[in-house]
Design a protein around this ligand. Structure first.
Ligand code: HEM
Length: 514
């Protein structure tokens, strides 16, 4: 495992550069604030320092700090990450105007050292590439391969994986009274769905060496894409520091010795496995992709598709544990369906479980999966509502405060309200294509870069959650209720702090006692 030092050794170097660069900072700042009489200035939070800008003010949980800045300064703010200008938006309408209406100018990615130059071989694949012809081709291929009709081919296997997940959670709860943190089990379930579709392969347990290898490679990849390993990108003076620290070599070695052989192996094996998979689909359908392109696409899918869904389910379980009354209502809805049909509902029958769907959507709004989605970059000045987002700025939507925006979510935006979406039950996939004012939530991002796997994500979380709620009641473990007011910074995602819960057989519980 790679150990990431959170830049502790950097403080003296940063201090040393501060004074010398004060003058250039003043000039930069005056350019940053340059405005003409027709434009409004984008508010800048106060705690900025020469050269490093706001980097040292973001704290351990940047999303929370930026939420606070939005509270003080409004729906759009501008701050500096070293030499980079970042613009954060927490009004859905404004974000829509920037990233959808101005999609031609706001759909690029930052060309940073690790994710763009090294990990994606100069912008190959989907997640970090620029919106060019190669990106369109790769995105179209993946979108076709995970279209609803393709997911349907894997439905029986997804249901089987969901059963296995719930069996394991219940067995663990029987063995230990203390309760357990279900994250790794959820990761196994979610990764099995992704690897089944991508490579036609699943892993039997969370102790499987290949599962552990993939999971650690994804985790380390996320850590290495953090600011510490990319300092020269924000603070060019750190190119010298990187040279001595060998950060670039660490990144290159990680890719050459771990990421590349892992995905090359998974892709090669996939050609020879039985049944359909994405590797075969791309070949059979004439997608002419180079080896590097193919490797980045599969590495993108496996990384983007695993932690997002498992983080979501992990938050959902913690929220359910805290709301037994919601669990009972969901269970009653599922039981009623089972009584009428003699089986669990399919995703295509989701509208027969309105409360369950609304409660699931509300979990994603209440506890967003990522801090900022995946940042976009402006390739030209973008004028919206009298503001000018400058060319080259990194644009983020601050998921935490956006999902508590009281003008958009007028009813108790800071509380978990399971009925919130009862009148908005369409899939998030459909909702994301509609008008901004009708969207349910914004966890899947924006415009041309919107997550291409929303349907797949909704199917696998629905199947897993319904299986769980049809058989279990989630109760606190020995440490009491999960504390959902604290969270961990997972780089791209925001994880619940580890908690312990028990998955009790529902048939053994007297509902009147809850
Ligand atoms: C709860 C589950 C998920 C959430 C919350 C989520 C969220 C996101 C977000 C916020 C983005 C960036 C959108 C933007 O730039 O505006 C994204 C992009 C992407 N996601 Fe997802 N995602 C989820 C599941 C998945 C799954 C299951 C896969 C694949 C198996 C996947 C594959 C991708 C890919 C390839 C992109 C890059 C799209 C591009 O840059 O053009 N995601 N996702």
């Amino acid at each position: 495992m790679i150990k990431v030092e959170q830049g502790k050794a950097l403080a003296p170097v940063i201090a040393g550069t501060t004074v010398a660069l004060y003058l250039s900072y003043k000039i930069f700042l005056s350019l940053l604030h340059k405005k003409n009489k027709y434009t409004k200035e984008i508010p800048v939070p106060g705690s900025s320092y020469p050269y490093i800008g706001h980097m040292s003010s973001l704290g351990d949980m940047p999303a929370a700090t930026i939420s606070q800045w939005h509270k003080e300064l409004g729906p759009i703010i501008q701050f500096r990450m070293g030499v980079q200008t970042w613009v954060s938006i927490d009004s859905p309408e404004l974000a829509h105007k920037v990233m959808v209406t101005n999609g031609s100018k706001a759909s690029h990615r930052n060309e940073n050292e690790f994710a763009y130059k090294l990990y994606s071989f100069g912008g190959k694949g989907i997640v970090h590439s620029q919106p060019n012809a190669a990106w369109k081709k790769a995105r179209a291929a993946v979108t076709a391969a995970i279209a609803p009709s393709q997911i349907e081919l894997h439905m029986a296997s997804i249901q089987k994986q969901a059963k296995k997940l719930v069996d394991t959670l219940m067995e663990t709860s029987k063995k230990t009274k203390a309760g357990s943190f279900p994250f790794k089990d959820l990761q196994l379930y979610v990764m099995n769905t992704v690897t089944l579709i991508a490579y036609g392969k699943t892993f039997p347990t969370k102790d499987d060496p290949k599962f552990i290898e993939i999971s650690e490679t994804i985790d380390d990849g996320f850590k290495l894409s953090g600011v510490d390993y990319d300092l020269a990108n924000y603070l060019p003076i750190f190119a010298i520091y990187d040279y001595f620290k060998g950060a670039r070599n660490i990144l290159k070695r990680f890719l050459k010795e771990r990421r590349d052989p892992l995905f090359r192996g998974l892709i090669n094996d996939a050609y020879h496995t039985d049944g359909p998979n994405l590797v075969k689909y791309l070949k059979e359908n004439g997608y002419d992709l180079s080896e590097e392109e193919t490797m980045v696409i599969f590495s993108d899918l496996t990384s983007a598709g695993t932690d997002t869904n498992s983080v979501y389910l992990c938050w959902t379980i913690a929220i359910m544990c805290r709301h037994p009354e919601v669990q009972l209502k969901i269970a009653a809805e599922i039981d009623d369906f089972v009584k009428r049909n003699g089986r669990l509902p399919l995703f295509s029958e989701r509208l027969e479980l309105p409360f369950c769907i609304s409660a699931m959507k509300e979990c994603m709004r209440y506890k967003p999966i990522t801090a900022f989605g995946i940042p976009h970059m402006a390739i030209d000045d973008i004028e919206v509502d009298g503001y000018i987002i400058p060319k080259g700025a990194t644009i983020i939507s601050n998921m935490m405060s956006m999902h508590q925006n009281s003008e958009f979510y007028t009813d108790r935006p800071n509380e978990y309200v399971p009925e919130r979406f009862l009148e908005a039950l369409e899939t998030s996939s459909a909702s994301s294509k509609g008008k901004v004012e009708d969207r349910d939530h914004f966890n899947f991002g924006w415009g041309r870069r919107i997550c291409p796997a929303i349907h797949m994500a909704e199917v696998e979380t629905f199947v897993g959650f319904v299986e769980l709620m049809s058989r279990c009641f989630i109760e606190p473990g020995e440490d009491g209720m999960p504390n959902i007011d604290i969270a961990e910074n997972g780089g791209i995602s925001i994880l619940p702090s580890p908690y312990k819960v028990k998955f009790t057989d529902r048939s053994l519980i007297d509902p009147t006692q809850n």
